[in-house]
Unconditional design. Sequence first.
Length: 298
Amino acid sequence: MRVAVIQQTNSDDMQANLDRSVALVREAASQGAELVLLQELHRSLYFCQTEDTRCFDLAESIPGPSTERLGALAKELGIVLVGSLFEKRATGLYHNTAVVLERDGSLAGVYRKMHIPDDPGFYEKFFFTPGDAQFNDGRSGFSPIRTSVGNLGLLVCWDQWYPEAARLMALAGADLLLYPTAIGWDPSDDEAEKQRQCDAWITVQRAHAVANGLPVLVANRTGFEAAPDNAGQGIQFWGNSFVAGPQGEFLAQANADHDTVLIADVDLQRSETVRRIWPYLRDRRIDAYGDLTKRYRD
């Protein structure tokens, strides 16, 4: 299956951002992509650099403007399209939500970001409620979304640092792991620290591919975004979007600095082959893992 990961810069013009995303998705489809992944919160600037209640005006419902536009695009191009938006679920209840649009334009499912960071320049706890541990129908919040191209284990940004999330998606039958992302450097960090951070980010996600025998798709934004009202130093998003195979091997990787339509061919059958020779799921000691549900072991 041919897949595409979209890496792009963003401005404060939400319509222009969406139009740019649409153009890049069209380019991906023209190259034969059947599954296209957009980056986290691709309609706007990364507004979580400050705690500003006016930013709640950016939120939208599902269905809503983004799902309608992306759904129509998916139907026109005959692709499965993964988008990301700031969801207003109810008055005073907001989520960082990824959406999957099927080839026929229908909404295949949503995933609400489960792990919410709160760090300098990434004040997401102010804006986002964590996704429910269980949906109202009883499904786990870590449930793959079934599509015509496979079961998508969709996670978002900060989720990518947690092996538990990737494992739960794998155990529920995910065929691929997908991570729409917005992560970058503090400009005050030195070059060595910046490299360590980026390397760690790439390594942990390649490890999810290895540990679960699944391909991984990662879409990060690029470009510099100043902090609103000069409240901070801004963020230099580090790009480096990539696609890895089920042994963590790079199938494609973008650079740090440019809008990119990253194309890769993924062989889903390789997961079966890899899991036969590296049977991690077989050898898990599920009888000994009970303490994983504790916050800390004293």
